[in-house]
Design a protein around this ligand. Structure first.
Ligand SMILES: Cc1ncc(COP(=O)(O)O)c(C=O)c1O
Length: 490
């Protein structure tokens, strides 16, 4: 019989101290030199399965062997989101104070679903969301530390914030309709519910409507890709005439395809008049409202029942951190309140229990990283960062405008420029394919109605003017090739 060895944990405190410091060095080296790596990986689907065994090891492995596989197995398949050559999607948040906040969150490892589960977790979140709310000049009724009924919460993603808003609105309207017609069941009301958003809204609004099992109308936008109040009004009238119940509208500030802004000051009064829930999704652009010059774009937020932005996009906080404020926390709690004995505590009802504000039960101590970031950058440091990104986008826009083979496809308001080669969609499609094949820069496309555009987003915290010039040179060089190829019939 083989002798049983006592189990020894893979790392003791001393080893963690040493290896942890080495790992921090590796992370700092990685971020300092990230631009030396091709921004987009050159691997094919399934590459990783061939590089590691199909089963977990029976016996413990040494850290040195595990860590060596980061460069051998992982890095070849990593898209480097924090490289100044990354211009896809929207800016991903990152900073060292935020990373340290996440490390501490992991170490504490508390799962703060209720106040009692870890009081600091709940209380810091509520205070820091008030801080950020005040930085954004949100109306008092959305803040927790006031006489109002509202408050803030950190969701994992904007998708979750929008789903929570839609489900809360659904519960609220079902209760209202059942009061008016006590004989109607949930299903009778639900089948008549209709939600609205624009044809430029993020696909997570579609997903929320799928999960909530309600109809969603995607409304057409104006020439600036903004949803107008009159369009919403007309759709509501049509639907009411057909016996439907309009109950929810999701307006977007900073749409994903082109960073357009819905007209809140027109949409808000329509929602108020109809007794509809207004949610504002400002996942990317919302961070910019900490700068007074961009705050007017948020005018009309006073009509909102809920509002979200993602500090994990444009506020130097690492994924995940989507901040959400609600006008009436009771509307959310009513929709999500389940109360088994094992989760109850003595202060129940007197304090915030965030488990009632979200889909999962468990939640991380995400406010730590937001708190560290707000304190270590200060409002001024974060404003400077936003302004720098916008000015880099303007710089890129001027380069595009200086070359008459190209056109800019939408107003440049924040850190995103949508552009294309003049002519057919297929020209720009070919151009983007060629650019991304170089792996020198990385961008993604969007469709603005029927027009194919290339999105150039300022993403990395370390992007400089020289990176914009570098990107433009790559784009021009590839455009030369595409246009010459076309001329030569290739
Ligand atoms: C306007 C907008 N809303 C929602 C989302 C979805 O964000 P999340 O990944 O946090 O769900 C995005 C993502 O880019 C977005 O741009």
């Amino acid at each position: 019989m083989s002798e049983k060895k006592p189990f020894r944990p893979p790392m003791d405190h001393e080893e963690f101290r040493r290896i942890g410091k080495e790992t921090v060095d590796y992370i700092a080296d990685y971020l300092e030199t990230v631009q030396t790596r091709p921004v987009y990986p050159g691997v094919q689907p399934g590459y990783l399965r061939r590089l590691i065994p199909g089963e977990a090891p029976q016996d413990p492995e040494a850290w040195e062997d595990v860590f060596a596989d980061v460069e051998r197995v992982i890095m070849p398949g990593v898209t480097h989101w924090h490289s100044p050559d990354f211009h896809a999607y929207f800016a991903p948040g990152n900073s060292y104070p935020s990373q340290l906040g996440d490390m501490l969150c992991n170490a504490l490892g508390c799962v703060g679903f209720s106040w009692a589960a870890s009081p600091a977790c709940t209380e810091l979140e509520s205070v820091v969301l008030d801080w950020l709310g005040k930085m954004l000049h949100l109306p008092e009724h959305l803040l927790a530390g006031t006489a109002g009924a509202g408050g803030g919460v950190i969701q994992g993603t904007a998708s979750e914030a929008i789903l929570v808003a839609m489900l809360s609105a659904r519960t609220k309207v079902i209760r209202r309709e059942q009061q008016a017609s006590p004989e109607s069941c949930d299903h009778d009301v639900m089948k008549k519910l209709v939600a609205y958003t624009s044809d430029q809204a993020h696909s997570c609004v579609d997903k929320a409507a799928m999960i909530a099992a309600v109809k969603l109308r995607k409304l057409p936008t104006d020439s600036d890709f903004s949803l107008r109040g009159s369009t919403l009004s007309a759709a509501i009238e049509e639907d009411k005439a057909n016996g439907l119940i309009p109950f929810f509208c999701c307006a977007t500030l900073g749409t994903t395809p082109s960073c357009a802004f819905d007209k809140l000051l027109e949409i808000g009064p329509v929602c108020s008049k109809e007794g509809m829930w207004l949610h504002i999704d400002a996942a990317y652009a919302g961070s910019a409202f900490i700068c007074p010059e961009y705050r007017p774009l948020l005018d009309g937020v006073e009509f909102a029942d809920s509002f979200n932005l993602n500090p994990h996009k444009w506020l130097r906080v690492n994924f995940d951190c989507s901040t959400m404020w609600v006008r009436n926390r009771a509307d959310v709690v009513d929709a999500f309140n389940v109360d088994p004995l094992y989760l109850r505590h003595d202060n129940q009802g007197l304090v915030t229990d965030y488990r009632h504000w979200q889909i999962p039960l468990g939640r991380r101590f995400r406010s730590l990283k937001l708190w560290f970031v707000l304190r270590m950058f200060g409002v001024k440091g974060l404003q400077q960062y936003i302004r720098k990104h916008v000015s880099l986008a303007k710089e890129f826009e001027s380069l595009v405008l200086s070359d008459d083979r190209f056109e800019v496809s939408a107003k440049v308001v924040m850190g995103l420029v949508c552009f294309r080669l003049k002519g057919s969609n297929s020209l720009s499609e070919r151009l983007l394919q060629k650019i991304n094949e170089t792996r020198k820069i990385f961008m993604v496309p969007a469709k603005l109605r029927d027009t194919y555009v290339i999105r150039f987003a300022i993403c990395a915290a370390t992007t400089e003017s020289s990176d914009i010039v570098h990107a433009w040179n790559v784009i021009r060089e590839q455009a030369d090739g595409v246009l010459t190829g076309i001329q030569n019939g290739v």
